[in-house]
Design a protein around this ligand. Structure first.
Ligand code: NAD
Ligand code: 2YH
Length: 259
């Protein structure tokens, strides 16, 4: 699994503001409004305990500080525990955290200790990037393309199917595609350029996954994938609007989903 790097987390709030502008221009809503539309919640006075975790590849510098900045941005009362791991957990509980945020190399969770709700970053990221793509105000149909049906893309595709969209999907992993056809009813997409989409959710860890034949002129590409799958020249030539941000949008969805 790809780990975030400290470089990914540089200038996070600039990236957030830039993406928020693109999201507003293309959906008429900002990130907080989209989170509210999905989960029906609004931040109150929740206290968020952020626990650094040392297992596996260890602490990512800036990760906890970035989470704190995110809680701050969405009007929540966050704090980072002084100690990591179990000692940090104890500190968060005795420090009266309502919600715990913590990640190891495999999973990143938000757990609301008051109402028992728990969320994972991969599901919430898939759902919110799918929701953003699906709200494209210039969309020419209810057809949407999902590129990459792993943990993030699958959750996004499921959300879109539940919203009544016709979901085309591609992934080189045949087993995943079989499951997605059977369980979600997605339509396998062959990248032959015969069908172009005005809404695209890209969720792969690879660059250049989007080819010219997949995208309509002036489409919206919504991608949490790191690195970005949209080649710059295709984006320019086709006038693509691109939503792509390494952490904040997914974390916002996690927090709203457990409030
Ligand atoms: P995953 O490994 O579970 O799934 C990735 C899928 O992409 C795999 O099924 C793979 O077969 C498929 N794939 C690879 N190349 C492809 C191609 N050319 N065309 C179609 N499919 C292709 O990974 P994941 O957990 O779903 O994460 C996906 C990406 O999202 C990663 O880059 C991850 O780092 C990133 N991510 C970003 C955020 C964020 O907030 N921006 C949050 C979570 C994950
Ligand atoms: O980046 C990650 C993993 N890819 C899991 C995220 C799931 N999308 N984890 C962050 C690890 C943070 C580290 N343990 C810390 O600083 O606490």
């Amino acid at each position: 699994m790809a780990l975030l790097t400290p470089e990914d987390l540089e200038n996070l709030l600039d990236k957030l503001n830039h993406n928020n502008e693109i999201i507003k221009k293309n959906t008429g809503m900002d990130i907080a409004e989209i989170c509210h539309a999905i989960y029906g919640t609004n931040p109150g006075n929740e206290r968020i305990g952020i626990i650094p975790i040392t297992s596996g590849n260890g602490i990512i510098s800036n990760f906890s500080a970035s989470l704190l900045a995110i809680t701050d941005y969405f009007g929540m009362d966050g704090f980072i525990t002084k100690h990591p791991d179990i000692t940090g957990y104890y500190e968060a509980i005795t420090g009266k955290a309502d919600i715990i945020l913590m990640a190891d190399d495999h999973i990143f969770i938000a757990h609301n200790l008051r109402n028992g709700k728990i969320a994972t970053n991969h599901v919430c990221t898939g759902v919110i990037y799918a929701e953003i793509a699906s709200r494209y105000i210039h969309a020419d149909s209810k057809e949407i393309l999902v590129i990459g049906m792993g943990k993030v893309g699958y959750a996004g595709a499921e959300h879109l199917v539940n919203k009544g969209f016709t979901v085309y999907a591609c992934d080189p992993d045949k087993k995943i595609m079989e499951k997605a056809k059977k369980e979600l009813g997605v339509i396998p997409y062959r990248c032959d350029g015969t069908r172009k989409f005005s809404m695209v959710l890209e969720a792969t860890p690879n660059p250049n996954t989007i080819s010219e034949g997949m995208v309509a002129e002036r489409c919206l590409v919504s991608t949490p994938g790191i690195p970005c799958g949209l080649p710059e020249e295709i984006g320019r030539r086709k006038g693509v609007d691109l939503v792509m941000e390494p952490l904040v949008i997914g974390v916002a969805a996690m927090l709203y989903s457990v409030i």
